[in-house]
Design a protein around this ligand. Structure first.
Ligand SMILES: Nc1ncnc2c1ncn2[C@@H]1O[C@H](COP(=O)(O)OP(=O)(O)OP(=O)(O)O)[C@@H](O)[C@H]1O
Ligand SMILES: [Mg+2]
Length: 505
């Protein structure tokens, strides 16, 4: 044996680089585990399978920033998280719903949906502010959302006109809570119009307000939105019926201003307890990116009042740096662009190991970064195997022409897969049901399959397999009764194999 074996001195760093028996880089279980009644379960860590219970007591603040490419699982996470938070730690949630994608979910979860457009908010209602402050807030919103800043004289004239409108309505400038009827934007527009002949800037400013009033109807002139009831329970303010992104953002900003005022006026001290309200802002890039937005004020001051903010965005650069670098919890779902990943990494400074892992995240998987309230020596970043969501038991309907097919979500998904759709296609079909209040007409369903390359005959075969009768299909898919007959429909059975795209599951 002599000469065959030799001993060698090796430093521990060199041993570690040989990759055997090293502990995967995850926070210690003590930081991730918490009693279920005081925390919100999210999912398990990828390597050690430790359940991650989100606990605001252990974190620097209760704010969450969620980023990821489209379809990566952001909204699914937010829905799961706020529903569980409501049940376990009793936190309310106010969702500003830009795309109308939370409304059905909130109804199914027993919450309330308020539609902005049907209900409105007079932009000059004081809602806790003084006329002077309210004027500044309205001007900030206009500067953020329109190009009024390009004309300092229009800004000044509009500001003066708002202050004059308050004065004409009998308000004193610096007092909040004055029990008088507030002026409206129509009044401001009239004041500007009075000066229009003498000044082209006044004329342009008046036209700007007039256009805003024309495009928004009475949404910003009459206060019918029940502001005080927005802050408790699960509430969704559906903004999607407002016609433009600017109007949706104006509504969102105005509600946030009210939330901020209510937050500051409350004598509540959060102490070490869980947050009492999450404000959810999903895909609101215009207002999440601006320093002047109250999204930023809620991040800065929310913790002490028990207000948490959840911002979700497809693009991390659309979220203001102070939100991005201050949120106690970062949920980084899959990001496809290297530039976006670079931006995230420059803020959070995680290792090459996580950078590589983040390339291969699938739907529902995320890189999670936590900022703990006390210094820790273990890693603060880990990979979440999957957001363990709780699907609401909702029925999906396919209807039209007397057809009434109803499925549980998982059941329809497995039938789509066994018909030959890929995972991604089946998910897209289910998302389309979610977007349309869980109900699609047979012809919309067939058109959707058409987008994936399935012929009409294949769609008919699928509907037949799902239980539709020939008669129902005839009236649902050919309402005019022209051009198709039951014989044609049933004769198409064999065409399915020929026309089905050859795709692996
Ligand atoms: N953890 C998960 N478990 C099971 N299904 C999931 C999970 N995450 C997402 N999904 C499904 O994937 C689809 C897309 O998810 P989601 O709507 O959350 O994406 P998103 O990131 O919000 O996309 P967008 O930016 O387009 O709004 C949905 O049908 C959802 O049900
Ligand atoms: Mg979404």
């Amino acid at each position: 044996m002599c000469g065959m074996l030799s001993s060698q001195k090796v430093l521990s760093g060199q041993m570690a680089s040989r990759d055997f028996l090293f502990r995967p880089p995850e926070p210690s279980p003590g930081l991730l585990l918490s009693p279920p009644s005081e925390s919100v379960y999210v999912g398990r860590t990828k390597y050690l399978g430790v359940p991650f219970f989100w606990n605001s007591k252990k974190l620097i603040n209760p704010h969450l920033c969620v980023v990821g490419t489209t379809g990566s699982g952001k909204s699914y996470f937010v829905k799961t998280f706020i529903t569980r938070a409501r049940l376990t730690i009793g936190t309310s949630a106010l969702i500003l719903d830009w795309a109308g994608e939370y409304a059905d979910f909130v109804r199914s979860a027993g919450g309330r949906v308020v539609s902005f457009g049907e209900e409105g908010m007079n932009l000059l209602d004081l809602a806790g502010s003084s006329p002077h402050m309210r004027t500044a807030q309205v001007m900030d919103s206009l500067r953020m959302l329109t190009d009024i800043s390009a004309s300092p004289s229009q800004c000044r004239m509009t500001e003066d006109a708002i202050e004059l409108a308050y004065a004409e309505a009998g308000f004193s400038q610096s007092k909040p809570l004055q029990k008088k009827k507030p002026p409206t934007l129509q009044g401001v527009q009239r004041i500007l119009a009075r000066h229009a002949r003498r000044s082209s800037d006044a004329s342009d400013a008046a036209r700007r307000i007039k256009n805003l009033l024309l495009s928004s109807g009475s949404s910003f002139t009459a206060s019918t939105l029940p502001l005080s009831s927005l802050l408790s329970g699960l509430v969704c303010v559906d903004l999607h019926s407002l016609p433009t992104e600017t109007l949706r953002s104006l509504a969102g900003l105005s509600i946030l201003q009210f939330v901020k005022e209510s937050m500051r006026a409350s004598d509540y001290s959060a102490g070490a307890g869980p947050p009492r309200l999450f404000v959810v802002v999903d895909e609101a890039w215009k207002i999440a990116a601006d320093e002047r937005s109250d999204v930023v004020s809620i991040v800065r001051e929310g913790r002490k009042y028990g207000f948490g903010l959840i911002v979700a965005s497809q693009n991390p650069t659309d979220v203001h740096k102070s939100i991005f670098s201050n949120a106690g919890t970062m949920m980084l779902f899959r990001l496809t662009h290297a530039q976006e990943r670079g931006y995230v990494r420059s803020s959070l400074a995680y290792s090459d190991f996580y950078e590589e892992e983040s390339h291969s995240l699938s739907v529902g998987q995320a890189l999670v970064h936590l900022e703990f309230s006390k210094p820790v020596s273990c890693p603060r970043t880990f990979i979440l195997r999957r957001v363990d969501g709780e699907e609401l038991l909702v029925a999906l309907h396919i209807g039209g022409g007397g057809m009434e097919l109803e499925f549980e979500r998982g059941e329809l998904s497995s039938r789509l897969l066994s018909f030959g759709l890929t995972d991604a296609q089946a998910r897209a079909v289910l998302s389309e049901f979610e977007r349309h209040s869980f109900s699609l007409g047979a012809s919309e369903f067939a058109a959707l399959l058409g987008k994936f390359g399935y012929s009409r005959a294949s769609a008919i075969s699928l509907l037949r397999e799902l239980g539709a009768s020939e008669r129902e299909m005839l009236s649902a898919l050919a309402p005019s009764g022209k051009g198709e007959s039951i014989a044609v429909l049933s004769g198409e059975k064999n065409e399915r194999q020929a026309s089905k795209p050859r795709k692996k599951r």
